[in-house]
Design a protein around this ligand. Structure first.
Ligand SMILES: Nc1ncnc2c1ncn2[C@@H]1O[C@H](COP(=O)(O)OP(=O)(O)OP(=O)(O)O)[C@@H](O)[C@H]1O
Ligand SMILES: [Mg+2]
Length: 226
């Protein structure tokens, strides 16, 4: 299956209730391979909601999400989980690393879950990823023994564990100092421009958003500028 990394048409999500809440609406968005897109907008404008829909962590109430050309409507939770595991990497504002596992193990776990590599190959890939993010000296450390920037880089290594063509990040630099945040965004640029991945990053920081190739601005759940 091939096609743009992401393609949405009329995508919307309304929370039902006595007073229904519209999280996002009328989202027509195509993200090609190798594109680095920043998503900006005021607090409550629907940035996280959009990212969860794009990442198949939440289901739309209107419209469609295609991942690499394949419509995701009607897929079972297991099928959605399989796409997430193999095709989509996530980075969140809080790293969500497993505290009881070393950095190596945190990166190895999704590789082992996918089950395409042997244990030895999984270890080798995790080590290579950590090395490429300049974490070679920290492989055996636990997350709480690292700085915020180091932890976020481990989280990025974990997101890349299964070599996903699509990387989604929700305010990944919210807890980092300016310099480290800049480095993380430079890394996203490299992942897109040199490795051909599609990278969609939510940020409220205009200087960081300017480092992306493209910027999408949300207001009240709609794209108002692209
Ligand atoms: N479970 C929920 N129940 C009710 N309202 C919700 C729920 N989740 C989100 N919302 C509302 O939906 C809107 C969009 O929220 P969302 O978290 O996507 O915004 P955001 O742009 O990511 O904001 P922020 O910059 O603060 O992270 C907000 O008005 C929020 O209050
Ligand atoms: Mg948010």
């Amino acid at each position: 299956m091939s096609g743009p990394a992401i393609e949405t048409r009329g995508l919307g999500r309304v929370l039902p209730g006595e007073v229904p809440v519209t999280l996002v609406q009328d989202i027509d968005l195509t993200v090609a391979a190798g594109e680095f897109v920043a998503v900006t907008g005021p607090s409550g404008s629907g940035k996280s909601s959009l990212l969860y829909l794009l990442g198949l962590l939440d289901l739309p109430t209107a419209g469609s999400v295609r991942i690499e050309g394949a419509d995701t409507a009607g897929l079972s939770p297991d099928q959605l989980a399989a796409i997430r595991l193999s095709r989509i990497g996530f980075v969140f504002q809080f790293h969500f690393l497993l505290p009881e596992f070393t950095c190596m193990a945190n990166v190895e776990i999704p590789i082992r879950r996918l089950g395409r590599l042997s244990a030895a190959q999984a270890r080798e890939r995790a080590a290579l990823l950590l090395d490429s993010l300049e974490l070679a000296d920290h492989r055996r450390k636990y997350p709480d023994q690292l700085s915020g920037g180091q932890r976020q880089r481990v989280a990025i290594a974990r997101a890349l564990a299964n070599d996903p063509p699509l990387l989604l990040a929700d305010e990944p630099t919210g807890n980092l100092d300016t310099r480290t945040a800049h480095l993380v965004f430079e890394l996203f640029g490299t992942l897109a421009r040199q490795q051909g991945r599609s990278v969609v990053v939510v940020t409220h920081d205009n200087d960081l958003a300017a480092m992306a190739d493209r910027r999408i601005h949300l207001v009240d759940g709609r794209i108002v500028a692209d």
